[in-house]
Write a protein that binds this ligand. Structure first.
Ligand SMILES: O=C(O)C1=C[C@@H](OP(=O)(O)O)[C@@H](O)[C@H](O)C1
Ligand SMILES: C=C(OP(=O)(O)O)C(=O)O
Length: 444
């Protein structure tokens, strides 16, 4: 599908964002590991999360959709999944695949897992290696990629895993496997990554101790074999999805947009801290706690931005937001230097390369120096390019935001990728005043 974004003026209005993708995957999987009925409110009904729901159903978990966003899950208890009779297809979802591998490691059957071309290119060894040390066995394509087969066992060994990358997916996969192991399973991460798994598991009755390390990371320990209590999960709006209308509003003078009930977990808000450093006017109102997570309305007003240097240590708190930050940087005065982005190379696409190439095609001066991205901003950006989303929702949405402020429309090919995390993106943006329309392939 081709979507085209034409230049728009000031944006205004108030909108609620779709549910948080990370918390939605976890709500389904953790509810499946509880004993009894859990309810989920505000579940993201994007393709990634629907793939997780399908996988759980294929393993005997009753998962039912009621009103939009309202789901019920009848949990089978830790270790209670049934052998699936077919390959589990996690679509485009790294989170779905890696977290599920953690659960499957604790089940004494063999399952087969695959995904789309993007997911099949992503590294799984970072999860395979610790889970294999715990006692699961894996057969995978070379490089530790999907498709793979995993044979778990009920008597997993508790381990201490020191992860080289600050990855909530790696941490969560090991903690989920640790549910099935007697005693303490520990993950040490070099920098703190999002802690939704820890918050949710604690609320469900698991014992988790999280403490800082001397080098600025975290050591997280779970006590295995708990009985998890079913929950009423409330999923906040996704701060990663909110980044797209937030940057679109920040870039358009005269804009005033309210993004309601967005999750404001401090391990997710690096984009907003960075935008404020760049001079963006962003206020937080109606702060509250929902489902164990801080939430609030983001009120974003348009105005000039200036380039900043974003330190590598901030990356885990905004890892999915670099594509849209790079778009903000393209319109800022001066250079924005984003350091330490090696993890961007192993997302749905090589986001470092794809952003650099796409920005250059839109007339933006950009350099990749090792793992750093440098974007030289300008008041006027040419736009006018055709960008291939490459099965990457965040690339698609970022360039549609850029097209809204460029001199000539930007067209995105493969825009259906947006469905993975942000169904209704174009409608939501247009409701605020953007000009995103579908174009026929032949006119591209
Ligand atoms: O745990 C999660 O829900 C996620 C963790 C991040 O991945 P990594 O753990 O690979 O950094 C992020 O990019 C992804 O969108 C969601
Ligand atoms: C990297 C992302 O997701 P996942 O790893 O779940 O595919 C993302 O949503 O930007």
């Amino acid at each position: 599908m081709l979507l085209r974004a034409a230049p728009h003026g000031a944006l205004s209005g108030a909108v609620a964002l779709p549910g948080d993708k990370s918390i939605s995957h976890r709500s389904l999987m953790l509810a499946a590991m509880a004993v009894g009925e859990s309810r989920i409110e505000g579940l993201l009904e994007g393709e990634d999360v629907l793939a997780t729901a399908r996988a759980l159903r294929a393993m005997g978990v009753e998962v039912e959709r009621g009103a939009p966003g309202c789901w019920r899950v009848w949990g089978v208890g830790v270790g209670g999944l049934a052998e699936p009779s077919d390959v589990l297809d996690l679509g485009n979802a790294g989170t779905g695949a890696r977290l599920l591998m953690g659960l499957l490691a604790g089940h004494a059957f063999t399952s087969f897992m695959t995904g789309d071309a993007s997911l099949r290119s992503r590294p799984m060894r970072r999860v395979i290696e610790p889970l294999a040390r715990m006692g699961a066995s894996f057969v995978s394509r070379s490089g530790g990629r999907l498709p793979l087969a995993v044979t778990g066992r009920t008597d997993l060994l508790p381990i201490v895993h020191e992860s080289k990358v600050a990855s909530a997916q790696v941490k969560s996969a090991v903690l989920l496997a640790g549910l099935h192991a007697p005693g303490s399973t520990t993950v040490i991460e070099p920098l703190p990554s999002r802690d939704h798994s820890e918050r949710m598991l604690t609320a469900m009755g698991a014992t988790i101790v999280s403490e800082p390390t001397e080098t600025g990371g975290r050591r997280v320990t779970i006590t295995g074999q708990p009985e998890l209590r079913p929950q009423s999960f409330v999923v906040p709006g996704d701060p990663s999805s909110a980044g797209f209308p937030a940057v679109a509003a920040a870039l358009a003078a005269g804009s005033e947009v309210r993004l309601e009930r967005v999750g404001l977990n401090p391990l997710r808000t690096g984009l907003y801290a960075t935008l404020v450093e760049m001079g963006a006017r962003i206020g937080i109102e109606n702060e509250a706690v929902a489902g164990g997570e801080p939430v609030g309305d983001l009120v974003v007003r348009g105005g000039p931005l200036r380039g900043v240097e974003v330190p590598a240590e901030r990356a885990p708190t905004m890892i999915d937001e670099y594509p849209i930050l790079a778009v903000a940087a393209a319109f800022a005065e001066g250079a924005t230097i984003m350091r330490g982005l090696s993890e961007l190379r192993v997302k749905e696409s090589d986001r470092l390369a794809v952003m650099a190439d796409g920005l250059a095609a839109c007339g933006v001066a950009v350099e990749v120096e090792g793992d750093d991205l440098v974007v030289h901003g300008a008041a006027r950006v040419r736009g006018g390019a055709l960008i291939d989303a490459r099965l990457d929702h965040r690339i698609a949405m970022s360039f549609l935001v850029l097209g809204g402020r460029a001199e000539a429309p930007v067209t995105v090919k493969g825009a259906e990728a947006i469905e993975t995390s942000f169904p209704g993106f174009a409608e939501l943006m247009n409701g605020l005043g953007a000009e995103i329309t579908e174009v026929k392939e032949s006119l591209a």
